[in-house]
Design a protein around this ligand. Structure first.
Ligand code: PHE
Length: 462
């Protein structure tokens, strides 16, 4: 244990850290992205690979990030640099921190746009758009929204301002308190939706789609996407969890805490899947609907259930909040780094970073609209806009590379003593984790990655 403290502050308790990090982990990734990528990749087998990746790759790397952050007590750039030097490694490791900062900015640029859809859906639900809506009506409402650049820009701007304001103020108890009440509420509401899907949807078909492991529908590309999503959903690979770890009081046990966060995160994703797929099958939509899946299915449920307008508004508000507690962690490393590096105020730093992310977001908006420009890739991504390119670049490439680097850092660059000193807990637990982080996790990431590269090459991406 070291007696360093962060200049940016410290969480008041273990619970606050869990809430903030769960807030970061649970977001659009669980409720919006997981169901639609599971749908596009054939369901069951994909879900299994995702779960295996959470256990063998995600949780061990989450422990690495927290321990590196807490020992370094600075933004990832400086934590990695100074810890490497302390244990006789090279200061070059700081660059990994930079690539994480950059990945965070790329992610928020499209994340904020989807959060904007959620904001728009709060209004649409409140205005009764979805009362007795049909599947095709629901689809039409969604496509009308995403092809309206001005509206998207307005919502994206509102969401970026919300994010910047919180980060500028520091991750204060205000937000922590909100999360404390709202996260359980989101959980309850998801349960309600699952119950609704059970009651009225094709629950069995939905359940089987998610949990019957049919490996014939799984492609190597699907495996890479599943692994990438394990990183994305746990907020790993960019240094966000590392940053939050740097505010963690020294006496708190890391491994158990990481486990709790991963379990909650996974449960939320599975619940979202169980709420959505029965409705997909009951209303003749297809699982491979793409990024619109959540926005096209749940309104059908809200449109039919008693009190649906109320629950619908509440659901989309909670979705926005879940996205909000995630988006702040995407730019926190960049903001902290600017404060440390330039000695500017947090307000200025957050404003600059927020502005930059807002500008990047406009590119995503353009990729949906009539102003859209297309990248000329071959194969699967042929007609994809910037949105898909950003998604694949971050989730399937940058996050796994970042996570791999963190595992190598904790497993091979830091000394065993430093690592052991930072992680409390049993010797047996430590030895197992250490072995996994040194060998299993890096090898798994590399194998999946190479398979995927090969696959992308065959698609004509490289
Ligand atoms: N984990 C968040 C989600 O599932 C997304 C995220 C990715 C947050 C990377 C921070 C860093 O929505």
């Amino acid at each position: 244990m070291t007696d360093r403290i962060s200049i940016h502050g410290q969480w008041s308790s273990r619970l606050m850290f869990i809430l903030a990090t769960t807030g970061s982990a649970v977001g659009l990734g669980n409720i919006w992205k997981f169901p639609y990528i599971a749908g596009e990749n054939g369901g069951g087998a994909f879900v299994l690979i995702y779960l295996v990746c959470i256990v063998l790759i995600g949780i061990p790397i989450m422990v690495c990030e927290i321990l590196i952050g807490r020992r370094g007590r600075q933004s990832p750039v400086y934590s990695l640099r100074s810890l490497a030097r302390e244990d006789g490694g090279s200061g070059i490791w700081g660059f990994i921190g930079f690539s994480g900062i950059f990945a965070g900015l790329l992610i928020i640029s499209f994340y904020s746009v989807v959060a904007g859809w959620s904001l728009a859906y709060v209004m649409r639900t409140a205005n009764g758009y979805f009362v007795d809506v049909t599947a095709s009506g629901s689809r039409a409402i969604f496509s009308e929204l995403i092809s309206d650049p001005e509206r998207l820009l307005a919502w994206h701007t509102i969401f970026m301002v919300m994010t910047t304001v919180v980060v500028a103020r520091g991750v204060r108890s205000g937000l922590e308190q909100t999360v404390r009440i709202l996260m359980p509420l989101l959980f309850l509401l998801l349960l309600l939706l699952v119950w609704y899907a059970y009651d009225t949807g094709e629950f069995k078909q939905g359940y089987n789609f998610l949990f019957a492991f049919d490996f014939s529908s799984l492609t190597p590309g699907g495996v890479v996407i599943a692994m990438g999503h394990a990183f994305f959903t746990l907020s790993l690979g960019i240094g966000a969890v590392m940053m939050y770890g740097s505010y963690l009081p020294s006496e708190i046990p890391i491994a158990r805490t990481a486990l709790a966060i991963a379990v909650i995160d996974t449960l939320v994703a599975l619940l979202a899947g169980l709420a959505i797929f029965p409705i997909v099958f009951a209303s003749n939509l297809t699982p491979g609907e793409g990024p619109g899946l959540l926005f096209q299915t749940l309104p059908i449920a809200f449109g039919q259930m008693p009190g649906g307008t109320f629950y619908g508004v509440l659901f989309f508000i909670l979705l926005v909040l879940a996205a909000w507690t995630s988006s702040i962690s995407m730019i926190e490393p960049a903001v902290a780094w600017l404060v440390e590096n330039r000695q500017i105020t947090r307000l200025r730093s957050a404003s600059l970073v927020g502005l930059f992310a807002w500008l990047l977001g406009i590119v995503t908006i353009m990729s949906f609209s009539s102003w859209s420009f297309q990248f000329t890739f071959g194969g699967k991504l042929k007609n994809s806009g910037m949105f898909d390119v950003l998604d694949i670049l971050t989730s399937s490439i940058m996050l796994p590379i970042g996570g791999l680097a963190f595992a190598i850092f904790a497993g091979w660059v830091m000394s065993r003593e430093s690592v052991r000193d930072e992680l409390k807990g049993s010797d047996l637990g430590f030895s197992v984790w250490y072995l996994v982080v040194r060998y299993v996790t890096p090898i798994a990431v590399i194998i999946i990655f190479l398979e995927g590269l090969d696959f992308m090459e065959r698609l004509g991406l490289f």
